[in-house]
Design a protein around this ligand. Structure first.
Ligand SMILES: [Zn+2]
Length: 337
């Protein structure tokens, strides 16, 4: 069962969410394992992709964005790319591209940030995009600058936890103080988010900017207390305990107001948006000549979906049909002239 639970702390400017993906996560893993070309994910890749999947659901549910939220890591190590896409209705899919071996004890840096070039991107792609409209994208590095006492000296400190990468993003791009706990294994991908609610009205006026910054970003007493409690949750507890137990253990002294969790179609779930139509238009983008040369070489064109493993095959007849303008094609049988 895949669950998403939302709650607020009564009277305090703090909200929270817990996501627990089981069916959806197992589906993603088993489809990957069934792919003869790639095989199953190595455990560190599985953990990272699971944490990203849980985080992307939390971010989408938090923003309530009408379109797709796409969370990506572009790596410079054996893990070249990890992608999670969550639609407005919480339908989700995820995949990763790995080149070479990932040792079982690989850290986040070993996988994606060997040369400190890794980037994490969050893209918001509107459902009804106007022509010429670009999707919004925010990008953060997987390292942070450390200043020494001597201000001229700086060092780059690599971030080793996905939760920290996203906390950093939320603070930098959204000016939102966020605490995340993420975990994933071979049967569960789960996450806890606690966030200071955005300031409205007075707090956003420039005259009070300095003061509100001091008071609100990271220094709000209530938020700090709740964030500390949230951070005391271990990955093992997050993976093994049910949501009620997690919330009770952490926040039993707080006044929690919980919303009814989504179920079935309103809960997070695995779904792929690939289709014959989309693959065909991708093939059109390739061009007739290129498509023909692949046919000449291999006899057919095979396109596999990285997200769900679906295979789309095109032979010479399909390719001719795709690249022939519609008015030249003979009418389909039964078509009215
Ligand atoms: Zn697919």
């Amino acid at each position: 069962m895949n669950e998403l639970h939302k709650f607020i702390f009564d009277g305090l400017p703090v909200r929270g969410m817990v996501v627990r993906l089981t069916d959806a996560w197992v589906e993603i893993l088993s489809r990957r394992a069934a792919n003869a070309e790639t095989g199953a994910y190595a455990p560190p890749v599985r953990q990272l992709l699971g944490e990203m999947t849980a985080a992307a659901v939390l971010m989408q549910a938090n923003l309530k964005f009408n379109g797709a939220l796409i969370l990506q890591i572009f790596g410079d190590g054996p893990l070249k790319l990890a992608v999670v896409e969550v639609q407005a209705d919480l339908a989700l899919r995820a995949t990763a591209k790995v080149v070479g071996e990932v040792p079982t004890d690989a850290t986040l840096s070993d996988m994606v940030n060997v040369h400190n070039k890794a980037r994490c991107a969050i893209t918001l792609d509107p459902a009804q995009r106007q022509s010429g409209q670009q999707p919004y994208q925010g990008v953060v590095p997987l390292s942070r600058r450390v200043h020494f006492d001597n201000e001229a000296e700086q060092a780059e400190d690599r971030i080793e936890a996905m939760s920290e990468v996203l906390e950093h993003y939320m603070l930098q791009s959204e000016q939102l103080d966020t605490t995340l706990v993420l975990a994933a294994n071979d049967s569960v991908a789960a996450g806890l988010l606690v966030q200071r609610m955005p300031m409205q009205g007075l707090g956003n006026l420039s005259a009070s900017t300095e003061r509100s910054h001091e008071d609100d970003i990271g220094k709000n007493e209530d938020y700090r207390r709740i964030a500390l409690l949230a951070k005391s949750l271990t990955p093992d507890e997050l993976l093994t305990l049910d949501v009620d137990t997690v919330l009770h253990r952490l926040f039993w002294q707080e006044k929690l107001l919980r919303f009814a969790p989504g179920t079935g179609e309103t809960a997070p779930r695995f779904a792929c948006t690939c289709s014959l139509e989309r693959v065909t238009s991708m093939l059109k983008g390739l061009g007739h000549e290129e498509a023909q040369s692949i046919i000449a070489e291999r006899g057919k064109i095979d396109v596999g979906c990285d997200f769900c493993g679906m295979q789309y095959g095109f032979d010479a007849v399909d390719v001719t049909r795709i690249f022939t303008p519609p008015e030249v094609l003979p009418p389909a049988s039964g078509a009215v002239q």
